[in-house]
Design a protein around this ligand. Structure first.
Ligand code: HEM
Length: 548
């Protein structure tokens, strides 16, 4: 009896505490917009209590957020987000530099981290703070120039395999039948990240290859992530109230089988690599093993097992496992769609394409090293210009973890006519950083900012020095503590693909350029206008280049 009374008292106290907590949360949400320090900045009106100003904005008309509203309200404006909370949009270089240089104040969005982490575990892409610093310190050396140099022949080999696949496709089809280039490029970059990332053969380009279990597991996990219907109210509640995460949900059940495969294959790879590193350390490695150890995962495991790293700073096997899908999420489609947009840009700029081909054909070898690829100035200009105009990641977001003052290079005038040279930011404010919009800002790049002109890199304007990007004075790979760790890898991979493909083929438009539109989930993809439901595609006329 006493124990029943005790249980009832405990349950009542727990329910009261939970209700009080929920009420406090709701009151905070309702009061939030009335107290926000940025509520008087200019910006679009709220049209919905749930989705604020963003109610009618879907992927296909995101230009409203990135182009129309900045034109109307200036480079720094406010809009209302979920439950009418005020969020900031800024493409002001000084403000963005401040945000990226103060990673301890402006953390990554927790919502993305929650959903990505739920499926793939907590790799470099989703962690923050100390955990991020610890992972990044161990992983940085694997992405250095000397390590990427070792991977260049994997990039070239896969580019050549794609060339052969397209040659066969052309031989089988009628003259000038278009080739949908994103599918082949996506297979090539998947094969690359498998081999270069963790010495795993996806064999995606191999037409006779059997379906690969890891590839299938990742595909189904990515589909869950891209399918907005799988993210339902229960998941949103779990995100908002962590206590609910103890209850199972359909999302978890549906990803369980795929997660089991990635865990089994990933852990096997990790154990093999650990054994390989130990064997090498004891002087037992043969030359074959030495060759295999150039992949990113082995290098990361080697760095993690190094005696220089104190025991408490080492990554756990779980942390290491989470990097396997991280390499894939971050390094696969970014590079394949970036290269697809490059071929599309070259198809619209035949002179640039021919100039590039002449430079590439002047190289004697057909298996160039990283140094040989990096020594080609026009190839470099074409890659820079593609990644500027067609940044694979359109935008990113941060959330302030404490109050802050944001400096501005261009003052803003608020709704009451007050001029601000800096903005007060409250803890918990979401900030949108528009990577693509900054890359084509006319203030920085001039009136022709949106045009694809590789020649602009012969004498870049002084104004681009203000951009805080880690590479090329552009935002494509971001800057600050979360800047892309794989940018050297991506650049050499893109150069290798272009080297092989532009030497072998002439690319022409299969559809008028205005029939191709870009849409972004995380990565920007090309779609045919009016056929978005068919998925990403980019048909081009691909003809073998006949050397004279
Ligand atoms: C053209 C290709 C690529 C582009 C445009 C790109 C772009 C980016 C951007 C914008 C971020 C920052 C995201 C944010 O913090 O919101 C990022 C982070 C990251 N990228 Fe890349 N990326 C590319 C290729 C790669 C490749 C090939 C790899 C790996 C092999 C890679 C691995 C990563 C990782 C691990 C992060 C997280 C870094 C951190 O938070 O410390 N990326 N990338």
């Amino acid at each position: 009896m006493a124990s029943t009374n005790y249980a009832i008292t405990a349950l009542t106290s727990f329910t009261t505490a939970a209700l009080a907590y929920a009420l406090w949360k709701v009151a905070k949400i309702i009061a939030g917009p009335y107290r926000s320090s940025i509520r008087n900045l200019r910006g679009p009106p709220s049209v919905s209590w749930i989705r604020g100003s963003l109610r009618d904005i879907q992927a296909e008309n995101a230009h409203v957020l990135f182009e129309d509203w900045p034109r109307e309200h200036g480079p720094t404006y406010t809009f209302q987000n979920w439950l009418n909370s005020y969020a900031l949009f800024t493409k002001d270089p000084k403000a963005v530099t401040h945000i990226l240089n103060h990673g301890q104040i402006y953390a990554k969005g927790q919502m993305d981290a929650f959903f990505l982490g739920k499926i793939f575990g907590h790799g470099l892409l989703t962690v923050d703070g100390d955990q991020h610093r610890q992972q990044r310190r161990i992983m940085n050396p694997a992405f250095g120039p000397a390590q990427v140099r070792e991977l260049a022949d994997i990039f070239v080999e896969k580019a050549q395999q794609l060339r052969d696949v397209w040659n066969e496709q052309i031989a089988k089809s009628e003259a000038s039948a278009p080739i949908e280039v994103t599918s082949g490029l996506s297979k090539a970059t998947l094969d690359v990240i498998g081999l270069a990332g963790f010495n795993y053969a996806f064999n995606a380009l191999d037409p006779s290859g059997k379906p690969n279990e890891l590839n299938e597991a990742f595909t189904s996990m990515f589909q869950m992530l891209n399918d907005s219907s799988s993210i339902n109210w229960l998941l949103m509640l779990k995100y908002a109230l962590p206590i609910l995460r103890i209850f199972p949900d359909q999302f978890g059940r549906e990803t369980a089988a795929a997660q089991a495969v990635t865990r089994r294959v990933g852990m096997k790879l990790i154990q093999e690599k650990k054994a390989e590193v130990l064997k090498t350390a004891s002087g037992g490695a043969d030359s074959g093993n030495a060759l295999r150890s150039r992949d990113l995962l082995t290098l990361l495991i080697k760095a993690n097992m190094s005696l220089d790293v104190p025991e408490n700073r080492r990554l756990t096997d779980e942390d290491v496992l989470a990097q396997v899908p991280t390499f894939l999420i971050a390094g696969h489609e970014t590079t394949s769609f970036g290269t697809a947009f490059c071929l599309w840009a070259l198809a619209q700029a035949q002179d640039a394409q021919q100039k590039l081909r002449e430079e590439l054909l002047s190289v004697e070898t057909d298996r160039p090293t990283m140094e040989e690829l990096n020594a080609l100035p026009y190839l470099d200009a074409v890659v820079r210009e593609t990644l500027r105009v067609h940044a694979p990641v359109r935008a990113t977001g941060r959330r302030s973890t404490q109050d802050d003052i944001l400096p501005l290079s261009e003052p803003v005038t608020d709704r009451n006519g007050r001029v601000h040279h800096q903005i007060k930011i409250d803890a918990g404010t979401d900030v949108t950083i528009p990577i693509q919009a900054m890359n084509v800002s006319t203030t920085i790049w001039g009136e022709d900012a949106a045009e694809f002109k590789p020649e602009r890199w012969e004498k870049p304007s002084e104004a681009i020095q203000a951009i805080p990007g880690v590479w090329g004075n552009m935002m494509t790979f971001l800057g600050g503590s979360h800047a892309c760790i794989g940018y050297r890898f991506a650049l050499v991979e893109m150069k290798a693909l272009l080297f092989v493909l532009v030497r072998a083929f002439v690319f022409e438009l299969a559809l008028p350029a205005d029939q191709i539109i870009k849409q972004s989930a995380v990565v920007q993809r090309p779609y045919i206008k009016g056929k978005v439901e068919q998925g990403a595609q980019l048909p081009l006329l691909v003809k073998p280049y006949q050397r004279r």
